[in-house]
Design a protein around this ligand. Structure first.
Ligand SMILES: [Zn+2]
Length: 346
């Protein structure tokens, strides 16, 4: 085995190139790279930086899924590379790794390149170097070092780099990962929430990375008892993931499980809200109750809401025993009826 030799035998090198050009990076449920594999029929797919299909994995099984309507005869495309980087970098990477020049619409228009590199150049270059240096940490101490570096850079770049700058975005992602590994849930949610706007900008429509990011943020909100917000975030993840992963995917099953748990807690809270606040008010039509309820004081209302919240928090630790009854499920739940629950107390 070796590089091309004088005898005319092409040797190993062309074969090596063919393999590296046709390999697929296998990712886990959270879209983290875990290996590479050869899937010969999939190697026939051409590249577009704005493709009509995506590839997701279920274990080692590769799933090709369409993410928009495809006309009869239209070519199926996938993106060979990370589409987040600006046009010139995508072009360089495609030439280096796959030996071709991309002329897709995104490359022609250089769309969103300005946003991707917004902010002070020397600041994002420093962040870019720092992000590129990160290797997957193996210990708690290494995660702590990474988090400290992220915190330093993020605070020193306040006002100099918007979160839409892709290197700043990568740094926020990195800080979120570090916090999750160090079990600093509140801080993880803080960084994760900041990434959602840029993710929406760069991964519009149906993109698996956005679905996974929404799911991660939704789980963090759920773990911190922010149930209405968690439900909203998980619903957004669900709407994208049913296209990018499909209903049978294990990640989708996990998402549906946590979404249902979140709904169950909210159904219970709503039921209690009805019993304590709404029903007494409806009873006010009855003269006997009129005086008592017509003047339900704001302070009194607040006390009752606090009681609900307490119950709500306690029920969280026992939520398995508190799944809603069928009867309760049939009642339509309008989260907007819970303004006091959604913002003020969570
Ligand atoms: Zn392109």
């Amino acid at each position: 085995m070796g590089f091309p030799n004088d005898s005319g035998n092409p040797g190993f090198f062309p074969l090596f190139l063919q393999v590296t050009c046709n390999c697929f990076t296998i990712s886990n449920g959270e879209m983290q790279d875990v290996g590479v594999g050869l899937y010969p029929s999939m190697s026939l797919l051409n590249h577009s930086c704005d493709p009509n299909c995506v590839i997701v994995f279920e274990g080692y099984q590769l799933l090709l899924r369409s993410v928009r309507e495809i006309q009869i005869g239209e070519e199926l495309t996938i993106s060979y590379i990370e589409s987040l980087v600006p046009t010139s970098e995508r072009q360089k990477q495609l030439m280096r790794q796959y030996c071709f020049e991309c002329d897709c619409l995104l490359c022609q228009n250089q769309e969103k390149d300005a946003e991707k590199l917004a902010g002070e150049e020397h600041a994002w270059k420093e962040v870019k170097d720092a992000v590129n240096e990160v290797r997957y940490p193996k210990s708690k101490e290494e995660w702590e070092q990474i988090l400290a570096r992220c915190q330093n850079l993020l605070s020193s770049n306040t006002g100099r780099l918007p979160d839409t700058n892709i290197y700043q975005l990568k740094m926020l992602d990195c800080a979120m990962d570090a916090c999750i590994n160090l079990e600093s849930w509140e801080e993880a949610l803080y960084y994760g929430s900041r990434t959602l706007g840029p993710y929406r900008l760069y991964y519009p429509g149906f993109h698996p990375l956005r679905a996974v990011q929404l799911m991660r943020v939704g789980k963090l909100q759920y773990s911190q008892d922010m149930f209405p917000q968690a439900l909203e975030t998980l619903k957004q993840a669900y709407n994208i993931m049913k296209v990018t992963h499909g209903a049978d995917h294990s990640l989708m099953q996990a998402l549906m499980e946590i979404k249902e748990q979140c709904e169950a807690v909210l159904y219970r809270a709503y039921a209690l809200y009805r019993t304590v606040i709404i029903m007494p008010l409806l009873d006010s039509d009855v003269p006997h109750h009129a005086n008592r309820n017509a003047g339900l004081l704001e302070k009194e209302k607040e006390e009752k809401i606090k009681t609900i919240i307490k119950w709500f928090i306690i029920s969280k630790s026992r939520r398995d025993e508190n799944t809603p009854s069928e009867e309760l499920r049939k009642e339509s739940l309008d989260i907007s009826l819970l303004p006091c629950l959604s913002v003020k107390y969570f």
